[in-house]
Design a protein around this ligand. Structure first.
Ligand SMILES: *Cc1c(COP(=O)(O)O)cnc(C)c1O
Length: 424
């Protein structure tokens, strides 16, 4: 019975060492009441301090004008570097390997220019079938850009018949099967639709063992699961900062390029902000790259979105991603229990397609609503629940350890149960 889960929810919240972080965020209101927010995987909530961080840069601009680039504290000239500590913590990258820049799809294209270099027989890219559309379009247009055929050069990974998610062993076997033709393996760390978290080190190693590069889109991974990109020997990775990273709509993206690629004169599209920092303002002819991921920067940094980014990164440093992950596993497990209980109690017919194994998922559960899907979703909305609907029948729920509680999940369950009963 759902009621039996109540004591656990209240005790878990009381004992939660991270509970204070909920107060670091603004909660949206609907109908004069705070919402139950489960879409931190889509747009993270706004930290209370973000306004101060952004205002400070606006004031610098008002007060100093162009001098803000050099003559203030945190000069804009290398302002993006203040994001490094937070990104090191979240990605396990070295300072030279991580940067905040541009937006996700832009970074993906920029890094594909460097890491997708079809040559001889090695011309193919392996992706997940049903990858996020932007990633599909990036890959598709890169293949065309090289004058190659997309049908022949994009290999899609599909689950076995009757299965919803991919098995690591199948991914590895597919890489082996195409070992002579593979140029690049490019996957989402956590699949946005199913919530499946891939075994990044194992897949990366396998891809590299057949002479391919391995890149990761971490849109749904960063700030959700702890990462060790340097130790895992990942070639490159990209992410956005408005999902689990709470840095605001259209916030600044980020990129990781492994140290081993910094010295090489890789093909890249360049701009002045990727030029060697020491001599950048000599403005000489001939591009001389920084010996770090910063070489992939093109333009001078967007300071206002970066300011918002710093406000959020500071919270992650204070909370610690490993502790957040510990709580996250418990929250998601509890959500799973709540849904299974509702299924048993009233036969709600909800299928969880996200893997059951905590090592293969992050915060999010994806639910296939077999009965009255869209109507249930609308019923939840009417009751102040913000969740996410994906056609044709999936609701995605992501309890975020920084600001969601066990009681949030319990309340969600109570409302879901009532809405489902009312529709029967
Ligand atoms: C959210 C998301 C994007 C969004 O790309 P933007 O360039 O930030 O608009 C791309 N890929 C994946 C996998 C995503 O989850």
């Amino acid at each position: 019975m759902l009621n039996d889960l109540k004591p656990y929810a209240y005790t878990a919240d009381e004992e939660d060492a991270l509970k204070k972080f909920r107060n670091y965020f603004h909660f949206p209101q609907l109908n004069g009441k705070p919402v139950l927010y489960f879409t931190g995987n889509s747009l993270g909530l706004q930290p209370v301090k973000t306004a101060d961080f952004v205002k400070k840069e606006l004031e610098k601009w008002a007060e100093y004008g162009v001098e803000g680039h050099f003559k203030t504290d945190k000069p804009w000239f290398d302002y993006h570097k203040h994001a490094k500590n937070g990104l090191i913590h979240l990605t396990g990258g070295l300072a030279s390997e991580v940067t905040a820049m541009n937006a996700l799809s832009v970074n993906l294209q920029l890094l594909l220019v460097s890491f997708y270099r079809p040559k001889g027989k090695k011309t193919k890219i392996m992706i997940e079938s049903g990858a996020f559309p932007s990633d599909q379009y990036a890959i598709e247009t890169q293949v065309k850009w090289h004058g190659l055929d997309t049908e022949k050069n994009i290999i899609e990974l599909t689950p076995r018949p009757k299965e919803r998610t991919l098995r690591t062993e199948d991914i590895l076997a597919k890489i082996q099967e195409h070992k002579n033709e593979l140029a690049l393996v490019m996957l989402g760390g956590v699949n946005y639709y199913t919530g499946q978290y891939f075994d990044i080190p194992t897949i990366t190693q396998k891809a590299q063992s057949v002479g391919a590069f391995c890149g990761w889109d971490l849109a749904h991974t960063i700030g959700n699961l702890p990462l060790e990109l340097h130790n895992w020997n990942v070639d490159f990775a990209v992410w956005c900062s408005y999902k689990y990273l709470n840095s605001g709509p259209g916030g600044v993206g980020g990129a990781f390029v492994h140290q081993k690629h910094h010295q090489s004169d890789m093909m890249r599209l360049a701009g002045w902000w990727g030029y060697e920092e020491k001599t950048r303002f000599q403005m000489k002819k001939g591009f001389l790259p920084e010996k770090s991921v910063d070489a992939w920067q093109l333009s001078n940094a967007s300071i206002l979105p970066l300011a918002a980014h710093l406000a959020s990164l500071q919270i992650f440093m204070e909370a610690d991603i490993y502790k957040l992950r510990e709580k996250s596993e418990k929250l998601t497990k509890f959500l799973e229990q709540v849904i299974q209980t509702i299924n048993q109690e009233i036969g709600a017919g909800i299928e969880i397609i996200t893997p059951e194994n905590p090592a293969e998922r992050g915060a999010q559960l994806s639910l296939i609503m077999k009965k009255n899907g869209k109507k249930v979703f609308e019923g939840l909305q009417e009751q102040n629940i913000i969740a996410d609907w994906r056609e044709p029948d999936v609701i995605r729920i992501a309890p975020v350890p920084l600001y969601n509680s066990f009681v949030d999940i319990l309340k969600f369950g109570e409302i879901l149960k009532q809405v489902s009963i009312n529709l029967n």
